[in-house]
Ligand binder design. Structure first.
Ligand code: ATP
Length: 710
């Protein structure tokens, strides 16, 4: 990788587009004072991202834009493009050539481009840093600033050595890690504080939750036992109810049967009773008939008696009648079945004989009455027979009815008994129902939502331990109620505590890891720095002796006096002053080395501090330092702006030789008035400025350059 081309346009005195091509090795830029040579160096700094106005020798950003001259008006934009040969891919981009461009407009707008792609400043800085240089403190050494390399103090010297050794990226990494560590430690302490805050509450909540868990266990056992207990009781009662219901149904069936039977009896009896009623009426009529018959008989008998009386008083019929009677009876005596006709004739004759008598009329009446009476008697007898018959029948019927009634009563009694039994069964049933209802109520009260899990069952292993149930109930009462809010808070707090604990663990682990990363980085830094220091300090001594043609020099490490508070304060001051990323902590860590002290004693002198050196001696010492660094850790390119200005000819020659050697590894662009330096250069550019105030570049031969310098 090397610097291939520099293109300027509108940058400071380079108003026109100006191109400088470079080869590896050394390029010298020469020209009269004020021609714009240092502006070339400035343009290099600027395009590589330099932000310091002081370094750019300006007061405002826009000071880098061509400000105009008598002959040319000011420009609105400055642009510098730097082309690197990147065949070795030191810049980690897949391009054989990398062009970095920076533009600034007067309106303040600015932009960076890498191979014509707009990028951020950060990308430019990063790409250059990765390639092993960049805005390093010695990539562009400004005019009259070479001695600053050693005069800026031990910390700055140390910083330069670190930069050269390539240890800086590790410092950056360490710094980042350190920040992460600080952040992590801060987070850890916040998390720890939160954990400490939560822990007592969590403990209290845990105790409460434990009590609730125990309560839950008691409640669960109680519910289990109660489910068994009630299940068993329900089983017993429901079994009893089943039996009673069966009995009830059976009785109902019997009752129905009896009622049907009784109803049949009733129908029969009612029918019979209606018939009896009819018989009674008939008898009554019969009775009336008999009475009539009797009355008529009496009346007839009275008529008969009257007739008999008449016969007795007024006629001798009675005598004749006696004779007649005797004859009549004699005839009756002969009365036989076979001579009934004859008898009947005799009787008729007799009656005729009797009727022809004087009293015959009366007798006839008497006879007629007697016949009538006989008829009535016969009738009466007939009616009596009928009556008796009826009465007999009645009696028979009554007997039948009594038997049926008896049966009816028996059935009724039976029905009554069954109904009584049914009532008693109903009482039992009601009692069981009541008990079931009470049990249901009790179980609902006791089981709550678990009531639905209740199933009546028969326990094989005997009854439930009721004492245990009472004991558990008592324990539950003592345990108190369940506070859902507490449980919720416990869960949330527990979760939060768990989350924070895990976070705390992660953070603790991260702290350990980050510390170990820092330790590892410290080891690398220390190893690399020590190596760099040893090599550079050795080379420094060598170059010093070459440049001074003798004398003595020494680079030594300055360690922090961390034992005393003073030392610490010093260290902190130092860190503040240096304005570098390596703060106090880093200084402390990197073996407590706070700087590199340079002691230089030119030949034949007795000097201890560099402050006592002359300007040329300081420049030589600084050059020795720069060369030792470049020899050990070659930089891709270095711009030297009149670093040799203060050197006498002999020293200039020695310096030029050293540069010539180093130019094999490092590309030098050196702005110089020094002939020796020019002679070492492979390419020479002359910078001129006419009366238009615009710098121009000329490619020169050495002779021409020497002329230009004159
Ligand atoms: P020396 O050899 O004395 O160090 P030099 O060649 O290094 O001189 P520079 O410092 O590079 O000179 O250039 C200084 C010149 O550049 C001055 O004449 C100054 O007016 C001119 N200059 C600086 N900034 C601008 C600008 N923005 N616009 C125009 N000209 C500028």
């Amino acid at each position: 990788m090397y610097l291939k081309r520099l293109e300027l346009q509108g940058f400071k005195s380079f108003a026109h587009k100006t191109v400088l091509d470079f080869d590896p090795g050394m390029t010298a830029v020469v020209g009269p004072n004020g021609s714009g040579k240092s502006n070339v160096a400035d343009s290099l700094r600027w395009v590589m991202g330099e932000q310091s106005l002081k370094m750019l020798r300006g007061k405002k950003s826009e000071d880098v834009i061509f400000a105009g001259s008598d002959k040319k008006s000011k420009l609105s934009m400055a642009e510098v493009a730097l082309t690197f040969d990147n065949k070795d891919r030191r810049i980690p981009l897949e391009y054989g050539e990398v062009v970095i461009t920076r533009r600034l407009f007067r309106n303040g707008e600015s932009e960076y481009l890498m191979n014509n792609q707009r990028v951020r400043l950060l990308d430019v800085v990063d790409a250059l840093l990765r390639s092993g240089f960049g805005a390093s403190n010695y990539a562009v050494i400004g005019q009259g600033t070479i001695d600053q390399m050693i005069m800026a103090g031990p910390a700055e010297v140390k910083n330069l050595v670190e930069e050269a050794s390539g240890v800086k990226p590790y410092y950056l990494k360490r710094e980042k890690t350190l920040r992460r560590l600080e952040q992590t430690e801060e987070n850890l302490s916040k998390v720890s504080a939160l954990l400490m805050e939560i822990e007592p509450r969590l403990k209290s909540l845990r105790r409460q939750a434990k009590r609730m868990e125990e309560r839950e266990a008691i409640a669960s056992e109680l519910i289990g036992l109660q489910l068994q207990h009630f299940g068993q009781q329900f089983y017993v009662l429901e079994t009893e109810l089943g039996i009673v219901t069966d009995k009830f149904n059976q009785k109902i069936r019997v009752i129905k049967k009896l009622e049907i039977e009784i109803s049949a009896f009733q129908t029969t009896l009612e029918k019979e009773e209606k018939q009896t009623e009819r018989s009674d009426n008939f008898l009554d009529e019969l009775e009336k008939k008999l009475k009539n018959l009797e009355d008529r008989k009496i009346a007839l008998l009275e008529q008969l008696a009257e007739i008999k009386g008449k016969l007795k008083v007024e006629s001798p019929v009675t005598k004749n009648f006696s004779e007649f009677q005797q004859s009549f009876e004699a005839i009756l005596e002969t009365l036989r079945a076979d001579n009934i006709g004859e008898v009947k004739q005799k009787l008729r004759d007799l009656v005729l004989v009797f009727g022809e008598s004087k009293n015959g009329e009366l007798i006839k009446q008497q006879q007629e009455l007697s016949v009538l009476i006989d008829q009535i008697v016969a009738e009466t007898n007939e009616q009596k027979r009928v009556k008796i018959q009826l009465l007999l029948e009645e009696k028979q019927k009554k007997n039948f009815l009594t038997a049926e009634e008896k049966k009816f009563r028996v059935k009724n009694a039976e029905l009554g008994q069954v109904k009584d039994e049914l009532n008693s069964i109903l009482v039992d049933k009601t009692r069981i129902d009541t008990r079931l209802e009470a049990l249901n109520h009790e179980a609902r009260q006791a089981l709550g939502s678990k009531f639905d899990d209740l199933t009546p069952h028969k326990r094989a292993d005997g009854s439930v331990d009721v004492n245990r149930i009472s004991k558990l109930k008592h324990q539950l009462e003592l345990a108190g109620g369940v506070d859902e809010a507490t449980i919720l808070e416990y869960k949330e707090t527990e979760e939060r505590f768990g989350y924070l604990s895990a976070q705390s663990q992660d953070l603790s682990q991260a702290v350990v890891d980050l510390r170990s990363v820092i330790e590892e980085l410290d080891l690398i830094i220390k190893k690399q720095f020590d190596e760099a220091f040893n090599q550079i300090s050795e080379k420094f001594v060598e170059y010093f002796r070459i440049l001074f043609n003798g004398g003595q020099a020494k680079m030594s490490l300055l360690k922090a006096d961390t034992e005393s508070a003073e030392g610490m304060a010093e260290l902190e001051d130092e860190a503040e002053k240096t304005d570098h990323i390596d703060g106090v902590k880093q200084k402390k860590a990197a073996s407590q080395i706070v700087g590199i002290e340079i002691r230089a004693t030119p030949p034949g002198k007795k000097l201890a501090t560099i402050a006592a050196l002359s300007g040329g001696e300081r420049a030589l010492t600084a050059i020795a330092m720069l060369c030792s660094m470049l020899a050990c850790y070659p930089s891709p390119f270095v711009v030297l702006d009149e670093v040799d200005a203060a050197l006498d000819e002999a020293n200039s020659i020695r310096f030029a030789k050293i540069l010539g050697t180093l130019a094999h590894q490092t590309q030098f662009i050196t702005i110089t008035h020094n002939r020796e330096t020019m002679r070492q250069a492979h390419t020479l550019y002359g910078v001129t400025m006419g009366d238009d105030g615009i710098s121009k570049i000329l490619s020169l031969k050495l002779e021409k350059a020497e002329e230009l310098v004159k």
